[in-house]
Design a protein. Structure first.
Length: 206
C-alpha cells in the first residue's frame, strides 16, 4: 500500500514538472513579498510566570505552619520526584503524608534569595534559600530530628492543563550560611528514613 501511494505521488510530481516547464515565464513585478508573520517564536510573559511561581514558593511557610496537605496535593505533580537534604528520594505521597501527620514543625520558616528562570511558556526553574528556626521532623519510630538550618533548593515547574505543577525539587544544607542570617533552614520534610530537612512537602511546593 505504501509503495503504491509512493508511485502515485511520484507520477503526479513528474506531471507537475512537465506542465510547469511548458508554461511561459511569469512577468516580473515590483510587489514586495508579504512579510512572514509566522516566525515560530513563542511569546512568553516571563513577568507573569515569575509572579505565579513566586506566589507558590512564598506560600510554603504557611503550608507547613497550617499543615495544609491540600496545597501540597494541588501544587505537586503526581509523578513528582524530590531529593532531600540527606540524599534520600521522596515523592508527592511522602510530602502529603508528612503534612497530614504533622511530621514537620518549626518556630519560623523564611524563603529568601528566590530567583525564577523561565525556560518557556510551560517550564521554569526556581532557586532559593530556606531558613528554618527550631525545626523538627518526627520519624515513624517516634524520634525527633532537628532540621534547623539553612538550605539551598532548586525546583522545576511544568505547566500542565493550564496549571503550574512542581515536577521535581532538590535541596542541600548550607554549610557556611551568611552571617546576616544566622538561623537555619529547610523547606520541607525529609524522608522518614532520613535525618534532616529539606523542602520535602514544601521541598518545592506551596
Amino acid at each position: 500500500m505504501k509503495r503504491k501511494a509512493f508511485s502515485v505521488a511520484l507520477s503526479l510530481m513528474f506531471s507537475v514538472v512537465l506542465l510547469s516547464s511548458c508554461q511561459p515565464a511569469a512577468k516580473e513585478t515590483n510587489v514586495a513579498p508579504a512579510p512572514n508573520t509566522n516566525s515560530g517564536k513563542e511569546t512568553v510573559d516571563k513577568a507573569a510566570i515569575g509572579a505565579a511561581l513566586l506566589r507558590i514558593e512564598n506560600d510554603w511557610p504557611r503550608v507547613m505552619k497550617e499543615k495544609d496537605a491540600e496545597a501540597v496535593r494541588r501544587v505537586e505533580a503526581d509523578d513528582a520526584i524530590f531529593v532531600y537534604p540527606d540524599g534520600g528520594l521522596g515523592d508527592k505521597g511522602q510530602d502529603v503524608k508528612d503534612m497530614e501527620t504533622g511530621a514537620l514543625s518549626a518556630d519560623s520558616i523564611e524563603m529568601t534569595d528566590l530567583k525564577v528562570n523561565v525556560l518557556s511558556g510551560d517550564a521554569a526553574v526556581v532557586s532559593g534559600r530556606t531558613i528554618v528556626k527550631n525545626g523538627k521532623y518526627k520519624t515513624t519510630d517516634g524520634k525527633s530530628i532537628d532540621i534547623s538550618g539553612q538550605y539551598r533548593f532548586i525546583d522545576t515547574f511544568a505547566k500542565r492543563n493550564g496549571e503550574w505543577k512542581l515536577v521535581s525539587g532538590a535541596s542541600v544544607p548550607v554549610r557556611q550560611p551568611p552571617a546576616a542570617s544566622a538561623s537555619p533552614a529547610a523547606k520541607a520534610s525529609p524522608t522518614t528514613t532520613a535525618s534532616p530537612a529539606g523542602k520535602a512537602s514544601p521541598s518545592s511546593t506551596p
